[in-house]
Design a protein around this ligand. Structure first.
Ligand code: SF4
Length: 188
């Protein structure tokens, strides 16, 4: 996308410290950097939602990007971090088609966040068959049964882990035997 400036804004910086030792976020620099951008991509859960440092009492007044830059289209690409191929895929789409990707109702690219982990999980046949891991390292775990009873959050998590996977498609948490922990978190 010719002329587009893609900006990654970290929620906690840059900082300056006043005489009383209170950390103050300087967002003016971020707004200046964004002024000629066609759109802003919020990389990661912090930029997208605020994440743990924005929790009360939020002493640093940590703020997600869309609450600071309000006059540009915001594309949220949450994750901690987002999957590398998802990040490059979003940029590649914009450069190739010269338009923003379709977004879901939370402002995320639907092509990567439109389905639940559960929808594409290779253990799904075991879920449908009622075959579950009951304890870590039990016989069912060795058979690769569904991790729902071990706390897997795949049924309520929208991300591309079960399709794109991680480390150039090598694996993802469920494939390593641990249930999904629900990243990115649902926005507050
Ligand atoms: S392991 Fe998790 S995501 Fe996979 S089928 Fe079971 S509950 Fe769904």
């Amino acid at each position: 996308m010719a002329g587009t400036i893609t900006i990654k804004v970290r929620r906690n910086g840059p900082y300056r410290v006043d005489g009383e030792g209170v950390t103050i976020i300087d967002w003016q620099g971020q707004k200046y950097a964004a002024k000629d951008a066609k759109a802003i991509i919020s990389w990661g859960a912090c930029a997208s939602y605020g994440c743990v440092q924005a929790a009360k009492p939020n002493p640093t007044r940590a703020t997600p990007v869309h609450k600071v830059i309000t006059d540009k289209p915001i594309i949220k690409v949450p994750g901690c971090p987002p999957i590398a191929e998802v990040m490059t895929g979003v940029i590649t789409y914009m450069l190739t088609f010269d338009r923003l990707p379709e977004l879901d109702r939370q402002g995320r690219p639907a092509m990567f966040y439109g389905q639940r982990i559960h929808d594409k999980c290779y253990r799904r046949p075991h879920f449908d068959a009622g075959q579950f891991v009951e304890e870590w390292d039990d016989e069912n775990a060795r058979k690769g049964y569904c991790l729902y009873k071990m706390g897997c959050k795949g049924p309520t998590t929208y991300n591309a882990c079960s399709t794109v996977r991680w480390n150039e498609g090598t694996s993802f948490p469920i494939q390593s035997g641990h249930g999904c922990i629900g990243m990115p978190p649902f926005p507050p």
